[in-house]
Design a protein around this ligand. Sequence first.
Ligand code: LLP
Length: 415
Amino acid sequence: MHHFKFRDGTLYCEDVSLPDIVKEFPTPFYLYSHRTLLDHFYRIRDAFQEIDPLICFSMKANSNLSVCKTLVNAGSGLDIVSGGELYKALKIGCPPSKIVYASVGKTEEEIKSAMRSEILLFNVESVPELIMIDSVAKRLRKKAKVAVRVNPDVKADTHDYITTGTKEKKFGIDLKQAEDIFDNANKYSNVELKGLHVHIGSQITEAQAFVGATKKVLDLLDKGNIEIEWLDLGGGFGIVYNEEKATTAQEFADSIIPLLKGRSFKVILEPGRFIAGNSGMLVTKVLYVKTGTTGKKFAIVDAGMNDLIRPSLYSAYHDIKPIVARRTETEKYDVVGPICESGDYLALGREMQELIAGEYLAVFGAGAYGFSMASNYNSRPRPAELMVIGEEIKVVREAEKYRDLIRGEKIPKEI
Ligand code: LLP
């Protein structure tokens, strides 16, 4: 459930109408609903209440400071993947004791600053990384708190690019090697092996894959007689973009919790998309409607693949609707951006009301992996991010200006 709804043919974000917003703010822009973010966070928290997990919102889905702070204020921790995300997490006052850090390529510098900040856990993805963490801890005279990220070799039914838990992927450590690490824990004398971590992929709409991965991890614990304080089950809960039947938070909880009953460790969850995905949209204007040589209609809009890359990169479906519904015949459109690439589209062959230049479209489901994957390709300033909070519209990130495009560039005098 999200708070972007049509009332008498006009789209609203909570109680603010989109036509009012576009009067005030130039497109394209991202628009987030504060209430939806919180609702989705509470939905997971409540569904899993029985085991009272630490929920660490996955910042890579949306690292806007106001989005993250909204969740941190509600009790969320953060799942980070870089020194930049650590910086932002600390900036908004996320308690380090609620920060977990995954990534196959943590640099020595990143490890140092996370260790100095006393984060809850490093989710370690390889033995060489564990050796690096151990040596950094020694130098800093600290004990590093580590969870071993395992690769359970479980296939999640999702796009190949966002499947992470099968053995040919770069993520995690295979189960046998993970067991060896625990058996030889004394080799890493500056590390405390606190837990296990597993994340099998993203946009997973079936609980079965989670159940499979969790069972494999529990098996490892039991067989290896391994004691842990934390079991981090990662993120990946899918959402509805189109007509998929997504499993609800409650259904995920109902299938996972029974496996965890009677265990003494605490559970961490790292949802990103489930919380942010349908809490945000991209709003764009139709610049031109063009009929191609084959008679195909193109709606050319002012947002491109640099603003929202998911359709181009994963052939992802995002629902697109004019912010004011008119009763017209429908037509099929390729909704395309201004970028100089044929792969620059938001939708292909999409049946929509007859579009006219100057009208505005809402691209739904863009709150996760939308702005966070945006770029300046074609020297396009990244769009503003707005948030509706109650009756008010707040700018939570200004649109970039042309001068932002050249920040840090230098022209040597030899040129
Ligand atoms: N934890 C770890 C270790 C992850 O790698 C990820 C996502 C998450 C949690 C959060 O997963 P979520 O709950 O959001 O599914 N750019 C892609 C998604 C990449 C996901 C990467 N890892 C997309 O636009 O679909």
